[in-house]
Design a protein around this ligand. Structure first.
Ligand code: 8YV
Length: 315
C-alpha cells in the first residue's frame, strides 16, 4: 500500500518524526527555502497536513493541495487553520484537546506566583551577590485570598480556577453564559466588570475572530495599577499595543505572558519592561504532554486514512 503524502508544516520531536516517517510520506515544508515553489511541487499529491497549534494551515497552503482530506493539529488551538476553506471543501480538522489541559493550567498559575512574588528578580538577587551586599529583597505582593478572574471557563480555564481555589482566591469568571459545573464561582458576563473586581485576570479563551482584542484598553484599565494580566491562550485575544501602553505608563501593574503577536519575534517594547514575565509559548511543553499530543496527531491521521472515526475531530 502506498503511504499517504502529508505536508508537515513545522518540526516535531524525534519520537514523533520517526513513527510519522514510518507510516506516511512526510514532506517537510518548514525545511524548504522557497515555500511557494515547494508547495507547487508537492501540493498535488498531498492528502493530509500535520501542523502545530500556532502555525496552522493557511488558505494558500490549503489551495495548493487539491487532494487534501485532513488537517491534524498538534495543539488544542486551531485558530491558525483556515476553517472556512476546510468547511467549503469538506476537509476534516483534528486537534489535541484534554491531554494538555493540566500542563497549561499549571503554567498559568505558576506564572502568577512567580510574578507576584518577584521570583525572577529574587533569583538574580541571590546570584549577583545583592543579598550579601544589600540585604533583604524588596517586598512583593501576596497571592492567597485575592480576587481572580478567569476569562473563558473552558477546559483550561476550569483547571486554572480549580487550582486557584487551592490558594483561597475568590474566583469569578466570564463566558458566554454561566456554567453548571462552576456553581462555587461567580459568573460575571462582562469582561470589563470581571477585570474591575479582579487582582489577577487569566485569559483562557479559545481564540477566534469574535475574541480578537477582547482584552483591550477598557479591560486593562479596569484591572488597574495593582492588577496582573496572565495570558496562556493566544496573543490575538489581547490588544498588545494597549497592553504595552498600560504596562509602560503603570496603568496596569504587571503581566505574565506565554504568547505574543508575531512570536517567536516579540515587540521589542516588551524586552525593556520590568513589570512583565515573558515565557516562550511553552505551556504545553512537558515530555509527557508533548508525547500525548504527538500520539493524538498520529492517531487522527491513522484513523482518517483507515476510514475509522477521528479520535478528536474539530470539523
Ligand atoms: C502549541 C498550543 O501547539 O495547544 C495549543 O494550542 O498553542 C501549543 O500547545 C505547542 O507549542 C506546539 O507547537
Amino acid at each position: 500500500m502506498t503511504k499517504p503524502h502529508i505536508l508537515q508544516v513545522g518540526p516535531y520531536p524525534e519520537w514523533d518524526q520517526v513513527p510519522l516517517d514510518a507510516a506516511f510520506h512526510m514532506h517537510r515544508y518548514f525545511e524548504a527555502a522557497d515555500k511557494a515553489a515547494f508547495l507547487a511541487e508537492v501540493g498535488p499529491q498531498i492528502r493530509g497536513i500535520a501542523t502545530r497549534g500556532e502555525l496552522g494551515a493557511n488558505a494558500a497552503m490549503i489551495a495548493a493541495c487539491p487532494q487534501l482530506e485532513v488537517i491534524s493539529v498538534y495543539g488544542v488551538g486551531y485558530d491558525a487553520v483556515d476553517l472556512e476553506a476546510c468547511r467549503a471543501r469538506g476537509i476534516r480538522v483534528t486537534n489535541t484537546p484534554d491531554v494538555l489541559t493540566n500542563d497549561v493550567a499549571d503554567l498559568g498559575v505558576a506564572m502568577m506566583l512567580v510574578q507576584s512574588r518577584g521570583m525572577i528578580g529574587a533569583e538574580t538577587w541571590v546570584r549577583d551577590g545583592s543579598w550579601a551586599a544589600k540585604g533583604l529583597y524588596p517586598l512583593q505582593r501576596r497571592v492567597w485570598g485575592k480576587r481572580a478572574g478567569v476569562l473563558g471557563l473552558g477546559r483550561i480555564g476550569y483547571e486554572v480556577a480549580k487550582r486557584l481555589a487551592g490558594f483561597d482566591l475568590q474566583i469569578a469568571y466570564s463566558d458566554v453564559g454561566p456554567k453548571d459545573y462552576a456553581r462555587d464561582w461567580e459568573f460575571i458576563a462582562d469582561p470589563v466588570a470581571l477585570a474591575e473586581r479582579s487582582d489577577f485576570l487569566f485569559v483562557t479563551l479559545a481564540a477566534s475572530a469574535a475574541t480578537r482584542h477582547i482584552v483591550g484598553a477598557q479591560v486593562i484599565d479596569a484591572l488597574g495599577p495593582q492588577g496582573m494580566l496572565i495570558n496562556i491562550s493566544r496573543a490575538s485575544n489581547i490588544d498588545e499595543n494597549a497592553l504595552l501602553d498600560a504596562l509602560e505608563s503603570g496603568r496596569l501593574g504587571s503581566a505574565a505572558l506565554d504568547v505574543f503577536e508575531g512570536e517567536p519575534k516579540l515587540n521589542p517594547r516588551f524586552l525593556s519592561l520590568p513589570n512583565v514575565l515573558l515565557q516562550p509559548h511553552h505551556a504545553s511543553g512537558t515530555y509527557e504532554t508533548r508525547q500525548a499530543m504527538g500520539k493524538l496527531v498520529r492517531d487522527n491521521l491513522t484513523a482518517h486514512f483507515a476510514g475509522q472515526p477521528l479520535p478528536t475531530p474539530v470539523l
